[in-house]
Design a protein around this ligand. Sequence first.
Ligand code: NAD
Length: 980
Amino acid sequence: MDEPIRQDHRLAEADALERLRALQPGGEVSQRIAEHALSLAREVRSTRPAALSAESFLRHYGLSTPEGVALMCVAEALLRIPDPETADALLREKLSAGEWGKGSSQDAEDSWAASAADWALMLTGTLARWREADAEPIAQLKRLAARLGEPVVRTAVRQAMRILASQFVIGETIEEAVTRSRAFEAYRFSYDMLGEAARTAEDAARYFDAYSRAIRGTPAGDGVSVKLSALHPRFEEAKRSRVFDELAPRVAQLVRLAEQCAVGITIDAEESERLELTLDLFEELSRGHALGLAVQAYQKRALAVCDWLVGLRRRLSVRLVKGAYWDGEIKRAQQFGMPDYPVFTRKPATDLSYVACAGRLLSAPATLYPAFATHNCRTVATIFELAGDRPFEFQKLFGMGDTLYEVLSRTRAFACRIYAPVGSFTDLLPYLVRRLLENGANTSFVHQIADPAVPLEALVADPLEALPEPYSPDPRIPLPRNLYPDRMNSLGVDLARRDVLDRLEEKIRSDRGRANLGAVESTTPQELDFSIARAAAAFDSWTRVPASERAAALERTADAMERRMQELVSLIVREGSRTYGDAVSEVREAADFCRYYGAQGRANFEESVLLPGPAGERNQLSLHGRGVFACIAPWNFPLAIFTGQVAAALAAGNTVIAKPAEQTPRIGLRAVEILHQAGIPPDVLCCAVGDGETIGAPLVADPRIAGVAFTGSDETARRINAALAARPGPIAALIAETGGVNAMVVDASALPEQVVDDVVVSAFQSAGQRCSAQRILFVDEGCAERVMRLLSGALAELKVGDPAEPDTDVGPIIDAPARAALLRHVEKLRAGARLIGEARAPASGNYLAPVAFEMPIEALPRIEVFGPVLHVCTYRRDNLGRVLQWIRETGYGLTLGVHSRIQSFVDAVVAEARVGNVYVNRSMIGAVVGVQPFGGEGLSGTGPKAGGPHYLFRFATERTLTVNTAAVGGVTELLTRPLI
Ligand code: NAD
């Protein structure tokens, strides 16, 4: 794979776009395209959709209607829900939204059955109009629904879902698919095996078999589309060597089989983070084989990919698509703080890219055979113009674009292939939802052509005309850097890029070679005493420095940390034993803390606030530092928490003695050095190095300390609290953030694959050594078996090892005593609980293999087990109350996860929770500054939340100033008020 592809990824969107402008057809050609497109569009709009048109369905239930959204929710979840109660709860909730049929009352809770029946009838009834040939299921449904009652309605809706599914999916098996495809004589086919990406080796093996069967069952001349992420559980850049060792031979085997069967194979496009890996693999596999590849035009580097394909000079087929994961690409780039998006933010820009790519692919007819996947009249007209008499084909999705291609076939001869999904109905759900999202959105062509309010001229207009000149990205999608209105977002590092991983690895290795991380000299009691005295003396002048100046120093700190990302990541990996991903997050969070608290300080500490009161008096409230703050950090967020505490204390006008954990002193020292370089005076901030007993304890016991910001164990927090209480003099402020016994509650409507992805991250990332980490999984009996099976398979895929290696998922336990305690706990569990699965850990080193056990609720631990050990407990739906009570009774309240598709279930869990941070349908770690302010309640901490809007106030003292403005003779503002 060549350099321009990497470079183009980083291009600013406007630059990427400018290059495409030059590649658009102009003048006369453009005129002909417009005319052809318009005549096609006219005919398509005036033609009644043919039978079996999923398109028509999408027109009725697009995403802009409540019915469409409810339908999407039901479609996504219903068929996989094993128990009737959960299925009914889902239907009850989703079907009460929207206007399904006329004449039914949908207000009363108990009328849901009627409304569901209505809904099912309407759904299938509407479909029946398009599908008169197949009336039997509809009649059956009507008979069922006539005898109402919950089980009947449930069956009716399931049946409706199946009918709906058959509009989008050609068959449940390849045999069924091939049989059904015979009805479409004019078309060739490319079959796609539906399903999620593989999470486990077992999944991957199952997909391999499915693909092999599909290839064998596919008629010669047709094709099969292969999703690489389905054939390997870790199809990721970081796992490149595994991918080449394990996945490449598997795909090669499929390619050879396909050749024997004269069936074409196309490698499907996936998320942009997998593109480079996909291309390298494709390069290898296409040597000597006529392979196909899908290219997504929405990526800024699509054109570079086409150039590369042309340059390969191999016989290849290329499917050009616009791209189906646009929303996900935008979200990921924002979450990871990428400098820019990998995709265009405006849809017409993608259209331009599509045209430019099409031109390139058509330019090498001797080697490339392009396939243009589209349902858009303008795109079709454009391709005809660009292609002339060069060979190509169109592709359309099964059940969609029928009218367009039918209309087209009346006037021209062309080749078209149907991309036809094959799979069981439960596997089709994510596919269906994706299609609903893609084509039900009101920006989609399919949606608009059916809407008479959209003028056809506008619909087929040249995309060039829809773009601003000069080009600028969509202003509603700010760059990830500009996500927040009042501060810059921290800059991330793209760990899905090989060159980035390689550079980091090299840096860490060379740092390791140069510097041995021996003991750091501890601060002596005399030095500590001297530092406190200096900080106390510096306080008066520091607290008078305007808050905006203090903020500016913190912002410079954030900038410097980002500039020094590599060096800091290397240090965190080496001293804190964190993986690359964790280390990058550390640096980002530290930078975010600096900017966030800086902004908060500016907003609240710069000026005093005037308070309302009686005439003749001025009342002002102002905030000031309290004095010298002791900031005591744990080892497990050696940079982020350490910097966060310090930045908050400084922003609020305090001077600081900062004590990093004894396991990670260098990271603390480096952070303080950066803060000093950014302009924080050395007497205002001093780093005290040493352990809890010799440095921490005397520090908090010192009466010159006005406040303590502590993060660490519950036990140490108590000790500090007692020490502070025992001191003479003013009572100090204490902010203590401690541990948790964090649980996730999963009901039977949740998607097991998603649950397991999130559990693996929540329970095992950072070797479970996060305060927020998941310790307990409560899973509904209905889906427990599937979840545990996936969990066991996913555990087997984790690489435990040296965090200096970029493919390591789980690093070591921080020290030998911590590991010994965990091992004792695991031994006890081995004796008394059921092992679900475990990873493998290296024989030597301070490692503990991530592990999961199942046990009854009474056996669950009520104390924090600070490591990669997950305790799983199944529950019955009607016992949810007991589960929630158990969680409350632990007394901890830090994080809680919920996975469900049923809002009332989520609401019930949230209402009962006494927990600082609740996460729904996602992982429960990785709180972001200012977005998910972090901190617990009960045994988990005092609050206020770190990275939240109330944090700085706890570091401040408040003063009011009341001035009797009438003292000099009268209430002037009353006497001089204007007349009205
Ligand atoms: P720890 O309590 O052992 O140490 C934390 C810090 O306190 C260290 O710097 C230590 O030197 C210092 N310390 C120890 N004894 C002291 C004393 N008597 N006086 C003053 N300081 C003393 O915790 P740890 O092992 O470093 O961190 C892991 C714990 O931290 C876990 O319980 C985890 O849940 C918790 N944690 C909580 C949060 C949160 O935000 N709630 C975040 C990270 C970690």
